[in-house]
Design a protein. Structure first.
Length: 226
């Protein structure tokens, strides 16, 4: 078992990398999981399954009259073949549906840096939210699940995984020698993300580029390129 206090003590800040094209939506709705975003748009069952239950080799851009542009990030680091071999139970489609239902946070800058330096993102700046762990977890504790592995990647080593890899705080083994977390995830999303933001940054090629000072409004996208 691990408590929110213990987790926040070890990891006082968390990092989330977002596509800058989603800034207008994040300003209005907060950080939402892929599945929650798909709830906003009118898709057929087959169309939705293509984005939610299958690997996305490239970014998916959805235009909606009311909600504007919604960008679903690609899943390039994930090989379906390797994932299938790594699954200890369930199907690839069920696993993908599960992770698409969650918003992911990195507990260290090093993990963020590794993702940001990946080939898929090296040619464009990324918006990074640095959030305060304690209030975020306290506000969403029932939706929090922890993972010891980078569940969305099979690029280097396809560690065994399943939906059961994601554990509640009360079920997580926090004993001596096991006090490490690779991902902190929240089911559905964080509509109140702005209540927990410590700062907003721009990252490029695996490194911090600059801090975007408040106000956190429609000028963020413009200020990213200045």
């Amino acid at each position: 078992m691990v408590t929110t206090t213990q987790l926040a003590h070890k990891y006082p800040l968390l990092w989330h990398m977002a596509d800058p094209r989603n800034i207008p939506g994040i300003l209005r709705r907060g950080l939402l999981a892929t599945s929650t975003l798909l709830d906003l748009v009118a898709l057929t069952r087959d169309e939705r399954a293509k984005h939610e239950r299958k690997r996305r080799p490239d970014d998916v851009l959805l235009e909606h009259e009311e909600h504007g542009l919604i960008v679903l990030r690609d899943q390039k680091p994930l090989s379906v073949k390797r994932l299938e071999s790594a699954l200890t139970e369930g199907t690839v489609a069920d696993f993908l549906t599960f992770i698409n239902g969650r918003v992911f946070f990195w507990p260290t800058e090093q993990r963020l840096s590794t993702m940001n330096a990946a080939r898929a993102y090296e040619d464009r700046p990324q918006l990074v939210f640095v959030v305060r762990t304690a209030p975020l977890l306290e506000a969403h504790v029932e939706q929090v699940r922890l993972s010891r592995i980078n569940s969305g990647s099979t690029a280097r080593f396809a560690a065994e995984r399943s939906i059961a890899t994601f554990q509640r705080l009360e079920d997580y083994d926090w004993s001596a020698g096991k006090r490490q977390v690779a991902e902190i995830t929240i089911e559905g999303g964080v509509p109140d993300i702005w209540a927990h933001v410590e700062r907003v940054e721009v990252w490029e090629n695996g490194a911090h580029a600059k801090v975007l000072d408040p106000p956190y409004d429609e000028t963020l996208a413009e200020r990213m390129s200045m």
